[in-house]
Ligand binder design. Structure first.
Ligand SMILES: *[C@@H]1O[C@H](CO)[C@@H](O)[C@H](O)[C@H]1NC(C)=O
Ligand SMILES: *[C@@H]1O[C@H](CO)[C@@H](O)[C@H](O)[C@H]1NC(C)=O
Ligand SMILES: *[C@@H]1O[C@H](CO)[C@@H](O)[C@H](O)[C@H]1NC(C)=O
Ligand SMILES: *[C@@H]1O[C@H](CO)[C@@H](O)[C@H](O)[C@H]1NC(C)=O
Ligand SMILES: *[C@@H]1O[C@H](CO)[C@@H](O)[C@H](O)[C@H]1NC(C)=O
Length: 373
C-alpha cells in the first residue's frame, strides 16, 4: 500500500519536474529569440520598419528615444531659443554644467560584429560628429574634454565597428571628446605604449584644452554605457571584464585594454614606457608607475565594466615581447628616464577624417638585440 502511494507520489513529482523543465525551456527560448532577434535579418528588418515592436535593447527604439530627448533638449526647455525671430535675451538661461550622471544612458547594450559595417553607414548614423571625430554636447556644458587615443595599424575593419558603437555611447555620456587613431608607420615591431605617448602630445597640439586621456584598443567595445569614459580622482581602468577572460579581471594588477588618466596623472607618472616593443608588459609597467607614484587604480563595477572583443588573428609584427617579464621588475629605475620626457618620434601625416583624426607616426624600431625576439 505504502509502496503504491510512494509510486504515485514519485510519478507526480516526475510530472512536476517535467513541467518545470518545459517551462524553463520555453522561457529560455523566448529570451534567446528576444536577444538574438536582431541577428536574424528577418527580425531586424521587421524591427527597423516597425519601431514600436522593436526589442528594448535594439538601437532602433531606445537610443532614438534618447537622441530625440536630448536633440530636443538642445533647444532647452520650451521657453528658450526655439521660436524663431523672437529675442529671448531676458529669458535665456546660461547653459548648465552637464549632470554628473547623464540622464540619457540606456545601460546594457547588445554588441555584435556579424552585421556588415561601412564608414558611410557610421557617418550617416553620426551627423553631429564634427570633422576629426569631435563632438561636444549642445544642451549642457561638459565637465571634461576627453581625447580618446587608439594605438593602430592595419585594423580598418575593427575601427568601423568601434566608431559605430562608441560615437553614440560617448554622445550619450555627455562629454566633449575627440577620437585619435595613432597609426604606426612602416612594418617594424608594434609599440602600443609609445604610440599612446605620441597620442598624448599630438592631441594636446591639436587642442590644448584636453584634460582627460583615454587609451583604448581598437577591438574593445564596452557593453554598458554606464561605464563612463572620463577621468576620475584616480587613474581609471575601464576594461574590467572582457568576454575573452570570462568577464572577470584576469589578475588584480591588470591595466590593459582600456584605461584613462587625467593630464596631471599622466604627467605625474612621466607618461608610458617607450621601450616595450611587441605584445605585452607595457600595461603592467603602467600599473607599476601608478602605484609607485602613490596613486591607486579605480574601476567600475564588474557588472558595468564588461567588454566585447572583436576576434582576430594575432597581428604580424606584434609578437609577444620575451623581455616583458624582466622589464616590469625595473619600472622603478626606468620610470624617470623613460617616458613622455624622453619621447622621440616623427609625424608622417595628420589627416582629419569625418569620424576620427588619423595621426600617422614613425616611432623607430626596437634596438638590434631585441629585433630577433
Ligand atoms: C507596425 O505593425 C503594425 C501591425 O503589426 C502595422 O499595422 C503598422 O502599420 C506597422 N507600422 C509600420 C511603421 O510599419
Ligand atoms: C542608434 O540609432 C540612432 C538613430 O536612430 C543613431 O543616431 C545611433 O548612432 C545608433 N546607435 C547605435 C549604437 O547604433
Ligand atoms: C528617430 O528620431 C529621429 C529624430 O531624432 C526621427 O527623425 C526618426 O523618425 C526617428 N526614428 C524612429 C524609428 O522613430
Ligand atoms: C537680439 O538681441 C541681440 C543682443 O542680445 C541684438 O543684437 C539683436 O539685434 C536682437 N535681435 C532682435 C531680433 O531683436
Ligand atoms: C591613416 O593615414 C595613413 C597615411 O596617410 C594611411 O596609410 C592609413 O590608411 C590611414 N588609416 C586610416 C584608418 O585612416
Amino acid at each position: 500500500m505504502t509502496r503504491l502511494l510512494l509510486g504515485v507520489t514519485l510519478e507526480r513529482i516526475c510530472k512536476a519536474v517535467l513541467l518545470l523543465c518545459l517551462l524553463h525551456f520555453v522561457i529560455i527560448m523566448i529570451l534567446y529569440f528576444d536577444v538574438y532577434a536582431q541577428h536574424l535579418d528577418f527580425f531586424s528588418r521587421f524591427n527597423a520598419r516597425n519601431g514600436s515592436r522593436a526589442h528594448p535593447f535594439s538601437n532602433s527604439s531606445r537610443p532614438n528615444g534618447t537622441a530625440a530627448s536630448y536633440g530636443a533638449a538642445g533647444a532647452e526647455p520650451p521657453s528658450a531659443s526655439a521660436r524663431p525671430g523672437a529675442n529671448h535675451s531676458s529669458t535665456e538661461k546660461p547653459l548648465q554644467p552637464c549632470q554628473e550622471v547623464p540622464p540619457g544612458l540606456v545601460g546594457r547594450l547588445l554588441i555584435e560584429f556579424s552585421s556588415p559595417m561601412s564608414m558611410e553607414r557610421v557617418q550617416r548614423e553620426n551627423p553631429d560628429v564634427r570633422r576629426g571625430g569631435k563632438y561636444s554636447p549642445q544642451d549642457c556644458v561638459p565637465r571634461q574634454k576627453v581625447a580618446i587615443l587608439i594605438p593602430f595599424r592595419h585594423r580598418e575593419h575593427h575601427l568601423k565597428y568601434w566608431l559605430h558603437y562608441l560615437h553614440p555611447i560617448l554622445r550619450r555620456q555627455k562629454v566633449a571628446y575627440g577620437i585619435y587613431i595613432i597609426n604606426q608607420f612602416g612594418e617594424d615591431t608594434f609599440n602600443r605604449a609609445k604610440l599612446l605617448n605620441v597620442g598624448f602630445l599630438e592631441a594636446l597640439k591639436d587642442d590644448e584644452e584636453y584634460d582627460c586621456f583615454i587609451f583604448s584598443d581598437v577591438d574593445l567595445i564596452p557593453m554598458d554605457d554606464r561605464n563612463l569614459y572620463r577621468c576620475y580622482e584616480q587613474p581609471r581602468h575601464f576594461a574590467v571584464g572582457m568576454d575573452k577572460f570570462g568577464f572577470r579581471l584576469p589578475y588584480a594588477g591588470y591595466f590593459g585594454g582600456v584605461s584613462g588618466l587625467s593630464k596631471s596623472q599622466f604627467l605625474k607618472i612621466n607618461g608610458f614606457p617607450n621601450e616595450y616593443w611587441g605584445w605585452g608588459g607595457e600595461d603592467d609597467d603602467i600599473f607599476n608607475r601608478i602605484s609607485l607614484n602613490g596613486m591607486k587604480v579605480s574601476r567600475p563595477d564588474i557588472r558595468i565594466g564588461r567588454y566585447r572583443m572583436i576576434k582576430h588573428e594575432r597581428d604580424k609584427h606584434n609578437e609577444p615581447n620575451p623581455q616583458r617579464f624582466t622589464k616590469i621588475q625595473n619600472t622603478k629605475m626606468t620610470m624617470k628616464r623613460d617616458g613622455i620626457s624622453s619621447l622621440q618620434y616623427r609625424v608622417v601625416e595628420v589627416s582629419r577624417q569625418p569620424l576620427y583624426t588619423n595621426v600617422t607616426v614613425e616611432i623607430g624600431r626596437p634596438p638590434p638585440r631585441l629585433a630577433r625576439g
